[in-house]
Ligand binder design. Structure first.
Ligand code: SF4
Ligand code: SF4
Length: 95
């Protein structure tokens, strides 16, 4: 399933989406993110899932636009660090 973390406000939609069917819980995205936005743990949407899954940490969910802002200028030049290390392609950003 698609797990969306973030919010929308008057300036736009700010969501990181984790495709939990693609995410294998490898954890590569956690150290790749320079701002500690991502973590790997229990699937909050599927209590029966045994493997860990990536998610946005509670701390960053309501300020994701600002948490990711230092990375975003890089998007035009190269892939975002979190997406770059995710070989299954489980991470997407709405903005
Ligand atoms: S790098 Fe991709 S597959 Fe690995 S934990 Fe992060 S989101 Fe999941
Ligand atoms: S865009 Fe940058 S700050 Fe945001 S989750 Fe990805 S690596 Fe972390």
């Amino acid at each position: 399933m698609l797990a969306n973390y973030g919010y929308k406000n008057g300036s736009g939609d700010y969501f990181i989406t984790i495709d939990t069917d693609k995410c294998d819980g490898c954890g590569n995205c956690v150290p790749a993110c320079p701002f500690g936005v991502l973590e790997v743990g229990e699937d909050e949407n599927d209590p029966f899932r045994e493997e860990p899954v990536a998610k946005v940490s509670e701390f960053h969910r309501k300020k994701i636009k600002y948490s990711c802002a230092p990375c975003k200028p890089m998007k035009k030049r190269k892939p975002l660090p979190c997406m770059n290390v995710c070989s299954p392609g489980a991470i997407a950003h709405s903005w």
